[in-house]
Design a protein around this ligand. Structure first.
Ligand SMILES: Nc1ncnc2c1ncn2[C@@H]1O[C@H](COP(=O)(O)OP(=O)(O)OP(=O)(O)O)[C@@H](O)[C@H]1O
Length: 634
């Protein structure tokens, strides 16, 4: 486990968008919000305009009231009362607007969450290979894209509306201030330049920092999930790893905090300076206005308008500039969302892929070379192999020989770096990966255990039949898991997890299966697809008891009869009946043939088979042949 707290190269993240980039992202955010909640967006726009004008309308009303009062203090007439009522009504509207805006912001965010989640995972699901998902940078991006995508467009749009509102407010107050003190307009406007500079720089700094800490945040999430994970709990407790991982978590957290604190300190210094500057300007202006009023050149109403206008102009300008900085920051983060959504497919797919008909001749690997990345070692080194249609092939070899890798290439999760794989003579790269996979039934060595019911856990093997109890039960019987499932409290409807409630209305947790039982469920999942062209079983019985293994292989033998199948197993007794046994070593095929031929040849296979067989004989001293099942795994 990497212990470093350094994040991904920030240079690879966008920290400047430019005018075109900003306009493009802004338009994309608007379109996203419009597609999520058009009504909310329009209402927000309307409120923006209203909120932009009522600040200075209130200031003008206040001046009128003060002037009327100071001109004739003793006799407030009906028109004065009307002005007061108007001002009061405006106050109510301002209060209501804030509440409505908050409500609309939340509504927009909810709607966006649905749209963004759909698009984001749509984009991730479009990646038909595995390589992209194995890139830490891509994982960091997905995490940022999820956060930035959910809240970002809303922030951008509300921020952009905030800027519009700020400009309207600013224009109104400047108009009012121009009438009273034109010089003050110039002073207040000049003061905005440092504010703009500070906010834009801060926005960029924050966006860069968010990208920089994204890796550490993902690691922090990993450690905290680990600490509360039921799966990890046994080892964590036995090896006393709680404090160890909590320490690692704290280290990531400290790193994240340090990065955030550095930006917060800069923000604090900038905001403090700006606040002092703004206050000095406002105070100086006030002294100056009072001086003018003392000499009779301004009325009391003018002075109240002046005070409101200076404060209003400053607030509008600062608000606008702050919003601009936040929008800039949200746009930079939104870039990650757009990058993930626009990410091209990780496996090249032909514009018009060839159809993938039923397998008639066979699968063929021609001089296949493969490594997981350019900086990784070669795993397959020129594998040439034929898997004839209708025949059963067994792949054997030491740990790390490349057997599962070969299976992943057959499923086209990766493309060979050199050489090619052919389906009835057609290069897999010319087929649609989805169509190809529809023709395969696979039990992976690292199969999934889903927090779903037993029936669903089998049904996901073929979602078209997830509601077909007869088909599911048939697959379960073949895999030898019908009896254990039938004995569960709710049979096939039993929830196979204790982490969730099957039904939130009935707080009753599910059941946990044993390792071998889970493996049988995974086999049943693949056998639900038994009608497919090629059945691939990667260590399907490694966790089964001797009886279950014997029964499973008896069923599989029948199923594989006359069908194309690939079986990977370390227990050589289970592969001896295969039509062709292929021995992989150091990424290459070193032997290939039937059991009897390979034994007669006395090569690698025969040596390994002999080793396993000796495991049964040693100690017995009876010299009998190995059992048809079980044995030492190698
Ligand atoms: N996703 C991956 N990224 C990088 N290397 C990998 C990846 N998956 C497997 N490898 C490496 O490829 C090699 C072959 O692994 P593979 O799983 O194909 O072997 P195997 O023959 O199935 O082994 P076993 O019998 O232990 O299941 C191993 O050295 C492993 O470290």
């Amino acid at each position: 486990m990497a212990g470093s707290t350094d994040g991904p190269g920030v240079d690879r993240a966008t920290v400047r968008l430019g005018v075109t980039g900003t306009a493009r992202h802004l338009a994309a955010a608007m379109r996203l919000c419009w597609s999520a909640a058009p009504g909310v967006l329009l209402t927000q726009l309307l409120l923006t305009v209203l909120a932009g004008v009522w600040g200075w309308v209130a200031a003008l009303l206040t001046r009128a009231i003060v002037d009327r009062l100071t001109a004739a203090p003793a006799a407030p007439d009906a028109s004065l009362m009307l002005l007061a009522v108007g001002l009061g009504a405006l106050g109510i509207a301002v209060g209501a607007e804030a509440a409505v805006s908050r409500y609309l912001d939340a509504a927009l965010e909810r709607a966006l969450r649905v749209v963004v989640t759909t698009r984001l995972y749509g984009a991730v699901n479009r990646m038909s290979g595995l390589a992209r998902l194995e890139q830490p940078q891509f994982q960091d991006r997905i995490q940022l894209a999820m956060n930035a995508g959910r809240a970002g467009p809303g922030q951008i749009v509300t921020g952009a509306f905030g800027i519009v509102q700020g400009v309207l407010t600013f224009a109104g107050f400047v108009g009012a201030l121009l009438a009273v003190a034109p010089v003050m307009v110039a002073v207040v406007c000049a003061a905005v330049v440092p504010t703009l500079w500070v906010e834009v720089a801060l926005g960029r700094r924050r966006a860069a920092m968010t990208w920089r800490i994204s890796h550490a945040e993902r690691r922090e999430a990993f450690y905290s999930t680990l600490l509360s994970s039921l799966e990890a709990a046994k080892e964590l407790r036995l090896f006393r790893l709680g404090d160890f991982f909590a320490g690692r978590l704290l280290r990531e957290l400290t790193h994240i905090n340090r990065e955030q604190r550095a930006v917060d300190r800069r923000a604090f210094a900038g905001h403090m300076t700006l606040a002092v500057l703004g206050s000095v300007i406002a105070a100086a202006g006030l002294v100056w206005a009072i001086g003018l009023a003392g000499r009779g050149r301004l009325t009391a109403g003018d002075v109240t308008l002046f005070i409101a206008a200076v404060a209003g102009t400053q607030a509008a300008l600062t608000g606008t500039v702050t919003q601009y900085g936040l929008v800039q920051q949200a746009l930079l983060l939104f870039d990650h969302y757009r990058a993930v959504v626009a990410e091209p497919a990780d496996l090249p797919v032909r514009a018009a892929p060839l159809p993938c008909p039923s397998l008639r001749v066979g699968l063929e690997l021609r001089d296949v070379w493969f490594r997981y990345a350019d900086d990784q070692p070669w795993i397959l080194r020129g594998v040439t192999l034929t898997i004839p249609a209708g025949k059963s092939v067994a792949l054997v070899g030491l740990n790390g020989a490349g057997k599962s890798t070969l299976v992943k290439l057959l499923c086209r999760f990766y493309d060979p770096v050199r050489g090619s794989i052919h389906w009835d003579g057609v290069d897999l790269r010319d087929l649609d990966p989805g169509e190809l996979r529809d023709r395969l039934g696979v039990v992976f060595q690292d199969f999934m255990s889903y927090d779903l019911t037993a029936a669903e856990n089998i049904g996901v093997g073929d979602v078209a039949r997830i509601d077909d109890p007869a088909a599911i039960e048939h697959a379960a019987r073949l895999a030898g898991c019908h009896d254990p499932i039938a004995r569960l409290p709710r049979g096939y409807d039993t929830f196979l997890s204790r982490l969730f409630f099957a039904d939130p209305a009935e707080p009753e947790t599910g059941t946990v299966l044993s390792g071998g039982q889970w493996q049988r469920v995974a086999v049943a999942r693949a056998l639900l697809r038994a009608g497919r062209d090629v059945l691939i079983l990667d260590e399907p019985s490694s966790g089964l008891d001797a009886e279950a293994e014997y029964t499973l292989h008896a069923h599989l033998r029948d199923l594989r009869q006359g069908r194309t199948s690939i079986l990977i197993s370390h227990r050589l007794s289970t592969v001896r009946e295969a039509d062709r046994i292929v021995v992989l070593e150091s990424g290459n095929v070193v032997e290939c043939g039937r059991h009897a031929d390979l034994m007669a040849a006395g090569g690698r296979y025969a040596t390994l088979f002999g080793l396993q067989a000796r495991g049964y004989r040693d100690g017995d001293g009876d010299g009998t042949a190995p059992s048809p099942v079980g044995g030492l795994a190698w």
